[in-house]
Ligand binder design. Structure first.
Ligand SMILES: [Ca+2]
Ligand SMILES: [Ca+2]
Ligand SMILES: [Ca+2]
Ligand SMILES: [Ca+2]
Length: 560
């Protein structure tokens, strides 16, 4: 009966929604805007290749989409493109399977439901207002949405510091029939605005755009600008976006970075090469300075050797900006090879800027020859959910300007065994050398054990007790799975350092009820956020499931 309730609410408000939608589409036609006064610095950046509009049909488009399909990072984009191609199965897993109805939780839990309604809600991002910590925003993929589309990116609001959340709205897409994916939410460091960054994917899976919508920081459903296309797909296909601000802007004594915001993404070019792109706004996302994006990490590659994917960006207390990404290295991209092909190595590579991306560094190796690439699906024998995106690094810069990355690797070459992942952590050397972030301390294992650990994220927190940053690394851990069904169960756990990442506490298990793995997908990430008082987490929860083929996910949250 609960879906009926949500539908009846929608019907009741439909005339209002339609009128509002019409006015939004007239008033806010999506645009890819360049700065009114672009400073003459483009020659210092790698010029983006000319981008042309998408032609969404035709045999050559189909060939292009077929080639990029196994490499797509966004699962929603993967499903859309697969549907476009008529692909209904992938490595023995059914695509396009609809999730079933929610079953009532059998146990009372201390974890807080953000959305436990019918349909899947997953891959959440979370941001606490830095100037009013009563406000916390969760932004997640949501099948049971007001918009009536396959997957919306929905906004969930808490006005009681994360004790309770409620579903508020969906973000607007470029076309009303588009599907949404890869939600990322961040507040500007002054709390003035909240940024929603996501993929707007054509309903026929033919192309995508990376967009940003900006809302009022005090009223996170009141849209100020957007949806603005900041990294267009056009004839190409864009994927795996991320967004960052200068989180600890005032920590260097100068609050001058409030309006700067950066977006990165992967681009699959129509000529079957791949690259990374970045765009920047200096005015809270109203205008974007780098046209359709500048290249990061060098010229486009062949999507196998030195395949760059899953970039994330971070902003520092000064003008530091750091982009880190997965680099398949010279031995190629083994993730797309089906078992039993062995995994090979990868790097975490970064590019930094000391001046808000006016200029940027050569590529820097933050983690070298990491062994080994993750398999596409979680083992043993690909029994469980998509897993490989855990290699894509989570990256933050703390209030002292030091950088931290966390990512997952497979500690052995077997793609079919139970040991499918350990969580790795690396940080830049301390002190005045940052930027350019050219030296990194040896990476350490943060999440380990014979079961799989993955999808880590790292976040920094400031405290008046110490000059050091507090660092939290949270991740999914399948440690409670039994020997009879290894990796069948997962929890959210985190480890905390109070000395800037030197020593971490033993793992703290966040989830009060263990979740059941999924045959297909639980999200490619979850997310955390801090204020000086609190550490917030939001994750994909399957604590009410008894069947890995029941694809209905929920989003839950907790705080410390
Ligand atoms: Ca490799
Ligand atoms: Ca393995
Ligand atoms: Ca492990
Ligand atoms: Ca649900």
């Amino acid at each position: 009966m609960r879906i009926t309730h949500r539908v009846s609410v929608l019907v009741a408000i439909l005339p209002f929604v339609l009128a509002l939608a019409a006015s939004v589409f007239v008033a806010r036609a999506p645009t890819a805007r360049a700065a009114a006064n672009p400073r003459a610095r483009m020659h210092e950046l790698q010029a983006p290749r000319a981008r042309v509009a998408s032609s969404s049909t035709g045999a050559s488009r189909g060939k292009f989409l077929r080639r990029i399909l196994p490499k797509l990072g966004s699962q929603v984009a993967f499903r859309k493109v697969a549907r476009n191609l008529g692909v209904t199965q992938w490595r023995g897993k059914e695509l396009d399977r609809k999730s079933t109805s929610s079953t009532a939780p059998a146990l009372m839990s201390l974890d807080q439901p953000v959305d436990s309604f019918d349909g899947s809600q997953n891959q959440p991002s979370i941001a606490a207002d830095p100037t009013d910590e009563s406000t916390v925003v969760v932004f997640a993929q949501n099948e049971a949405n007001f918009s009536g589309i396959d997957v919306a990116c929905s906004i969930y609001l808490s006005f009681d510091s994360g004790v309770t959340y409620s579903y508020a709205d969906d973000v607007p897409l470029i076309n009303p029939t588009d599907t949404c994916a890869e939600p990322v939410v961040r507040f500007s460091p002054d709390g003035d605005v909240v940024y929603y960054n996501y993929l707007s994917i054509r309903d026929d899976g033919s192309s995508s755009d990376i967009v940003v919508t900006v809302a009022d920081g005090d009223d996170p459903t009141s849209i100020l600008t957007g949806p603005t296309i900041v990294l267009p797909g056009g004839a190409d296909f864009v994927d795996k976006n991320w967004l960052a601000v200068h989180t600890f802007d005032d920590a260097d004594g100068v609050s001058d970075g409030g309006g700067f915001v950066y977006v990165t993404g992967t681009v699959f070019f129509a000529d079957l090469t791949c690259g990374l792109l970045l765009n920047r706004s200096a005015d809270y996302g109203a205008t974007w300075d780098f046209g359709s994006g500048v290249s990061v990490g060098g010229p486009p590659n062949d999507c196998n050797t030195f395949f760059l994917h899953g970039a994330r960006v971070a902003g520092g207390p000064g003008e530091q900006v750091l982009v880190c990404y997965f680099n398949s290295e010279a031995d190629g991209y083994s993730t797309e090879l089906p078992p039993p092909a062995p995994s090979n190595r990868f790097d975490i590579t970064c590019v930094s800027s000391a001046d808000r991306w006016a200029t940027n560094s050569a590529p820097i190796t933050a983690a070298n020859n990491v062994g080994f690439e993750l398999n596409l699906f979680l083992g043993p024998n690909e029994n469980y959910h998509r897993w490989f995106a855990g290699m894509f690094p989570s990256v933050v810069i703390d209030h002292r300007g030091n950088a931290h990355v966390a990512f997952a690797m497979d500690p052995n070459t077997s793609k079919v065994d139970v040991e499918s992942g350990n969580v790795q952590y690396a940080r830049s050397t301390l002190g005045a050398l940052n930027p350019p972030y050219t030296t990194w301390l040896a990476r350490v294992t943060i999440g380990s054990g014979t079961r799989a650990q993955g999808f880590p994220n790292v976040v920094a927190q400031r405290s008046n007790l110490t000059t050091n940053a507090y660092i939290y690394v949270a991740y999914y851990d399948h440690y409670r799975s039994t020997g009879a069904a290894p990796n069948l169960l997962y929890d959210v756990r985190y480890r905390k350092s109070v000395n800037g990442g030197g020593i971490f506490t033993p793992p703290v298990t966040v989830t009060d009820v263990v979740s059941l793995s999924d045959n297909e997908f639980i999200g490619d990430y979850f997310d955390t956020s801090t204020t000086m008082r609190r550490f917030h987490l939001a994750w994909t929860d399957r604590g009410d499931k008894t069947d890995i083929f029941d694809f209905e996910d929920d989003v839950f949250a907790d705080r410390y």
